[in-house]
Design a protein around this ligand. Sequence first.
Ligand code: GCV
Length: 652
Amino acid sequence: MAGYETWLDSRSVVDQEYLRTLSIDPALISTYPVITDTIQKELRRSFGEARADGRYEIDLKLNASLETSGAYSIRCEADRVILEGADGSGLLYACFALVKRIRLGQLHDAYDECSVPGTALRMINHWDNMDGSIERGYSGYSFFFEQNQLVINERTEDYCRMLASLGINAVVINNVNVKEEATWLITEKHFPALKRLSAVFSAYGISLFLSLNYAAPVEMGELDSADPLEAAVISWWDARFALVFRELPDLGGFLVKADSEGRPGPFTYGRDQACGANMLGRALEPYGATLIWRAFVYNAQQDWRDTKTDRARAAYDYFAALDGQFLDNVYLQIKNGPMDFQVREPVSPLFSAMTKTNLILELQIAQEYTGQQIDLCYLLPQWREILDFDTHNPAFEASQMKAIFGRRNERPMAIAAVSNTGNDMNWFGNDLAALNFYAYGRLTWDSEVDSLEVAAEWCQLSLGLDAQAARDLLDLLMQSWHVYESYTAPLGIGWMVTPHTHYGPSVDGYEYDRWGTYHKADHEAIGVDRSSQGTGYATLYPPAISEQFDTVEACPDEYLLFYHRMKYTDRLKSSKTVIQHIYDSHFWAYEQAAAYLERWAAYEKLLAPDVYQRVRSRFLRQERNAREWCDQVNSYFWRKSGIADEKGRPLY
Ligand code: GCV
């Protein structure tokens, strides 16, 4: 089936380009025997067995002067290709890169490339449950779990290939909401399977991580407390990790969601977040393992009548004062925005505030709030804006997100993202959603990658469309985030989405609920005042940033309703009124989405029929979804405001 091989479809290489000789540095074989096997397998896959009439002579060498783990170089002297790597992973990445360069037609006689990953830890988080379901999964069921057991099969290895081809080197396999059987992943019954999985991962230079239940000692029935300062709790974790690492010495560490959305945590015992994280971090120190603690902590029990509490402040209020208290093997994992993966959010102020803490930027590839792999939404343009943001964090000479998370700094910094994969044959449900996974991998390696370049490269590798053939598709992809944003929640307000499922419109769906997600629209105005006159959220940033958002005059339109409460008749920078902007953007975006289907039809003859049809069926659904969004949002605000559309388009 077309789609399964994703961007790794290397048949074209096998067809044309054989290998003449392969010579392997003996030091590579002795230091990285398992990865060397993988490398050989991979080269064979693309170039076939070496043969006398083959073209390429490939030399694989370790080169310590490349220094950074994963770094590699490719050098061509006519048909002799010299691949060098800092280590086994570096050489594996070099092989994937070589095949990619050939397939993109970029390899030439004097080709010379040296590539160094921007961050040491390049991570994927799965929200897979052990019963096989996936929280916020839109492409089938889990390929890691089924009926409370681990699944390890050919697909596991194929997935590792995908990851390694992008340089991803760490994977959390289970959901951060650790419940039921998943709590027991740290016990003997799952060790044999985890051991096998870890071995498959290691062969591709990938570290296995697990999500951990903070209250495991209690939920496993062994203690009646999980208080991080209690001696019995501390020794329980010490003993548990001793067992875990005896069986799984390569385990990278654990990810913890605590005190959030009903998950247990240190707050239950009156302790702060650093206290909880460090208790686990300390217990992991002897094994050189890492503890990743999520900053997504908020009380999901807000009374909607309470106007003082602002969920956007929560992570900052809980964590900023703890900067400097976290142990060296602890990372704080922060979602890109202060709320929760909305189509547009400001960059979290914690990235400006944490000067002495190891940080992980958490992105979401799964399109929970961005169309659920039904609606087209190419996410690299969104991530670009996040990475291009200047945090003004005083600890960094270069303080843009792309520098903090893309150039090696004194502190280890990393990037993680929630996966959009599943056991659908094409991994991503919508074949075009594969681009987001690919783009994420490219971004973790190089935080400056260009959205159009990545999309063009992916179209060629995955769909076999060169830049000319892909032109209109690239145009669709490049505008898709803007279109999606424009027919959903306007001007940075977010959240007008169907509760729980998070697909489709429901303007008041989260308005009178406990999640802290309010737009507060009445007949005159809409938005939350988060300026210094309101909840003060805007003041949590260094002055150079807060000045850009604190006043209506300075605030860019796309964030206006996130920061300010505006009358419908107020004018935007674009000189339109707020209400007219709402009407215009929704009508415009619906028209764009409705035209996708016809534009896609031009690709029917160029693509495998199943790929074409799968995407087509999603564009059909997207058109209906966009129509609902457009008509519901516009009619809602017309009814609230009583102000007609200047252009007299239908409102209901
Ligand atoms: C895994 C949002 C999602 C939840 C998710 C949570 C998180 O609230 O809707 O499904 O839970 O974020 O990131 O922990």
